[in-house]
Design a protein around this ligand. Sequence first.
Ligand SMILES: NC(=O)c1ccc[n+]([C@@H]2O[C@H](COP(=O)([O-])OP(=O)(O)OC[C@H]3O[C@@H](n4cnc5c(N)ncnc54)[C@H](OP(=O)(O)O)[C@@H]3O)[C@@H](O)[C@H]2O)c1
Length: 366
Amino acid sequence: MSAERESGTIGVLGGSGTVGRVAVNRLAEAGTGSLRVGARDVERARAAVREAGVAASRARVLGVDLRDPAQLAAFCSGCSVVVNCAGPSYQVLDTVARAALAAGADYVDAAGDTVAMRALSAEAPTELETRSAVFSAGLMPGLSGLLPRLLAEDGPLERLDTYVGGAAAIGPLSAVDALLTRGPGFGTALAAWRGGAVVPNALSPLRSVALPGFRGRVHAWPFLSAEAEELAATLGVDELRNYTVYVSERIPEALAGAWARDDVPIEEHVPSVVAAADADVAVGGPWYTLLFHARPRDRDRSGPTRLILRTPDSYALSGVVAALAARSLVEGGVPPGTHAAADVLDPRRTLDDLVADALVDEVDLG
Ligand SMILES: NC(=O)c1ccc[n+]([C@@H]2O[C@H](COP(=O)([O-])OP(=O)(O)OC[C@H]3O[C@@H](n4cnc5c(N)ncnc54)[C@H](OP(=O)(O)O)[C@@H]3O)[C@@H](O)[C@H]2O)c1
């Protein structure tokens, strides 16, 4: 173990991005080790570190292209934890995780989802016997799979409804991820979880509905994500309905239009997704809500049945979650192996941290 590793260097790859710069800021504020920030554009990364209010002496900036194995290995070398906020996540998959583990570091991924976890598990590196890799450490996936567990602490649930969405700008890189979120590895549109199984075509879109914690009327699209399916199985709920919420039909239409033309390279569909998200934000500014509603099996039991969390910035809040996952690794709170953040973060402590975070407007647990 190198001296630098003992002193705890946390590497944030993609630390100049929308998610990464907030992870850098929160890790610096928490004093969680010294920081190494990586991206291809070094000047932009330096500016991001400055804007995050982190002294240059606390964060070393390194130029790195994750597609270059030697540069990636050099970035990971000497880190105790590597936090990956670079993407597109569903193209990067387990690339950065493997480099981090090979360097003897633990790993956090702000995205990744089941597809990246499967890629890593397919030929699991031996380092996972002693080191940890935590994927899906963002808002969705991430908080969407973690926070509903608070509603099941006082007894089993008959039904759980989850609604996550709002208006958020989507950058070109994240637009590629949105376009790639398709197929059985990610989930099933219109499906619900009932009686221990996925039921296809069980639900219809809810158009122009008013939902607690959401602004105005919104459109809720049923999508049983891989994360929601996992949550349903873990909690043993009889029925789970998972909805992605949009302020207009622009984003679902842009995605559907792109998926209908999959003969065209994915990059050509990026502008329409970015424009759809920008148009949604132009209506009433950026906002995002997570709403979880539970019906306990025992209707007389005490304990909360509804949780609402509101944030102005879903991408930035994903950076907060990635930083919390890194802290948990540094504290030794995560067992070796590959995990989703929702399975290894403490929901109660995470909620307390979010309540105290400037990026959370409201938390209502009742
Ligand atoms: N779980 C969630 O809820 C959630 C929410 C939002 C986003 N995400 C995911 O988080 C990731 C980041 O999203 P974002 O919107 O923050 O993206 P972004 O603003 O475009 O930032 C991407 C960052 O990665 C760096 N980067 C890009 N390509 C790279 C490469 N080849 N090698 C090294 N660094 C590279 C960029 O810097 P350079 O261009 O200078 O290299 C930048 O620092 C995406 O995969 C997205 O899907 C997850």
